[in-house]
Design a protein around this ligand. Structure first.
Ligand SMILES: NC(=O)c1ccc[n+]([C@@H]2O[C@H](COP(=O)([O-])OP(=O)(O)OC[C@H]3O[C@@H](n4cnc5c(N)ncnc54)[C@H](O)[C@@H]3O)[C@@H](O)[C@H]2O)c1
Length: 287
């Protein structure tokens, strides 16, 4: 099965911009879509800065940087994705929103265009059920930061065709990433294991067991985690962490997935982590 070549990406936030970047660096033409020009400009700026860091570290040269940027075009219209072999959706973690995006996409792209979602936890089987041609729907779950992390968790919806799986696995290898196959289930494997750990770390802080730095130190120095769970939550986004806990809680109907009230408070306050300048830690440059 040939890997898809022309890639559409919906959502130019931290994940969508990273996905567009790695596709462009692999030599693939990319159409990047978001809701407004400001979001697209932020996405392109993030890609430019990430490529700059790679040049500074000697991983790529200036020519490769320019070549990657030249492969990305931005748009506000779904119609501009009509020539893509695959569209990877990386919009906000919200099921009705994603269902709307896929319904709109299905009307804008040919019937054999693969529809992939970078969702962290939402049921691919349910998303597939909402689109014509559900056999072309699949989960393509990149890790954050996308240019750095080697894993792509590929999630089969119950309806996913073998050809769809093979094409996405081939694309993953073209991007220099390692595919790991999992079946649809709330949180898949990655976030079923990771997010309850972050939630438990938030409970430790909430109950005054230890401070944020102490909790993170225990996990970094004692468990050899490269980042502590609270610093990682700030990187992921507290809103995304809470959304995933709610998917686990609802999907398994099990109280062990109860979100920590501190996460709810932080989201209500707009303390979303790095992207808002404040989460478990403060990021003064962005305030
Ligand atoms: N943050 C992480 O660490 C991480 C890791 C893996 C997967 N994910 C998943 O990736 C997805 C995106 O997360 P993110 O962290 O990049 O979020 P983000 O908030 O940084 O970006 C979301 C982007 O989607 C755009 N958007 C919203 N509705 C849209 C629409 N209808 N059409 C086009 N664009 C739209 C927003 O304007 C925004 O630019 C989520 O499903 C999330 O669960 C996140």
């Amino acid at each position: 099965m040939n890997a898809p070549r022309r890639v559409g990406v919906v959502g130019a936030g931290q994940m969508g911009s990273g996905i567009a970047q790695v596709c462009a660096q692999a030599g693939l033409p990319v159409v990047l879509r978001d809701l407004d020009e400001a979001a697209l400009a932020r996405g392109l700026q993030a890609i430019g800065s990430s490529l700059d860091r790679m040049v500074a570290k000697g991983r790529i040269d200036g020519e490769a940087r320019e070549a990657a940027l030249s492969r990305i075009v931005t748009t506000l219209q779904s119609a501009a994705l009509a020539d893509c072999d695959i569209v990877i959706e990386a919009a906000t973690e919200n099921e009705p929103l994603k269902a709307r995006i896929f319904t709109e996409l299905a009307g804008a792209v040919p019937a054999d265009t693969i529809l992939a979602s970078n969702t962290s936890s939402i049921s691919l089987t349910r998303l597939a059920a909402a689109v014509p041609g559900p056999q072309r729907m699949i989960g393509m779950h990149f890790m954050n930061p996308v240019p750095v992390m080697p894993l792509v968790e590929i999630i089969r919806a119950r309806q996913t065709a073998q050809g769809t799986y093979d094409a996405v696995e081939a694309l993953t290898r073209t991007l220099g990433k390692t595919p790991v196959e999992v079946h649809n289930s709330p949180g898949f494997v990655s976030n079923r294991v990771l997010i309850p750990m972050i939630n438990e770390a938030a409970f430790c802080l909430h109950e005054g067991v230890a401070g944020a730095e102490e909790i993170d130190s225990v996990m970094r120095l004692g468990m050899n985690h490269p980042m502590g769970p609270l610093a990682l939550a700030d990187l992921i986004g507290i809103d995304t962490v809470l959304a995933i806990m709610r998917v686990l809680q609802e999907g398994f109907a099990d109280s062990k997935y109860r979100p920590c009230p501190l996460l709810v408070e932080m989201v209500d306050a707009g303390h979303l982590g790095r992207k808002s300048g404040r989460g478990f830690y403060e990021y003064p440059a962005k305030t």
